[in-house]
Design a protein around this ligand. Sequence first.
Ligand SMILES: Nc1ncnc2c1ncn2[C@@H]1O[C@H](COP(=O)(O)OP(=O)(O)OP(=O)(O)O)[C@@H](O)[C@H]1O
Length: 248
Amino acid sequence: MLSKNKIVLQAKNLQVCYGNHQVLKDFSCDLPEGFMIGIIGANGSGKSTFLKAIMRIVPVDSGEVLFWEKYNLQEVRHQIAYLPQRNSVDWDFPATVLDVVLMGLYKETGLFGKIRPKHKEKALFYLEKVKMQDFAQKHIAELSGGQQQRVFLARAFAQEAQLYLLDEPLAGIDAVTEEIIVENLQKLNSEGKTIVMVHHQIDTISEYFQYLLMIRQGEVITSGETKEVLTNENLQQIYGIKQAFVIQ
Ligand SMILES: Nc1ncnc2c1ncn2[C@@H]1O[C@H](COP(=O)(O)OP(=O)(O)OP(=O)(O)O)[C@@H](O)[C@H]1O
């Protein structure tokens, strides 16, 4: 089945350093289109850095990222929605909840374009998807952590992209909201969109993801269909422990 899928994202020998600290070491992977893909690895293993390298938010020392087998980021930027990790966002930025979601509509409004009623309606539609429509006029700093995360997800949904790169979208989210968000992501996936997301909860990996990228200390340990690579051996390797995991 996989051989038929186009490669949506190919990383070739990526190297990223913070000062003298090399975080991504010859990092290569091919991610298939149309899957829910989980990036799994211990804290500090380089998951966020990988997403930031893809989005060119951190400088890449060497290597290359291709989308849909031939395009660079600039060429397909509008087809990619990126959700940063919550703690990397400046929540004091002067913006209301509605403003944040409207930013996701830049394809329609242009960066400094006029916001029309139809844009506001669309932003509210996506806020409703994460049950945040009643907070539209609030300043983002006034929200709880989980609410902020939901607003940023609404912004990502509003981009109506083909590829979603989500850095821990479920962190700090309550169980009911997690269900709503996962349903939204699964719906996007059923429409052919690719969802790549960093995920920490081992007990939901096989339920949420059809494909995994497993990384340890800046290197890819393995990648493949969940049913093949979600093994105790691989989990022990990425977390560097001998404990037996309960795989659902
Ligand atoms: N801006 C930075 N400057 C220096 N070092 C950094 C910076 N950002 C990350 N690092 C280091 O790079 C390594 C990888 O960090 P990264 O945030 O990519 O890991 P992660 O796998 O996403 O971790 P987590 O699961 O905790 O979010 C860590 O050792 C971290 O300390």
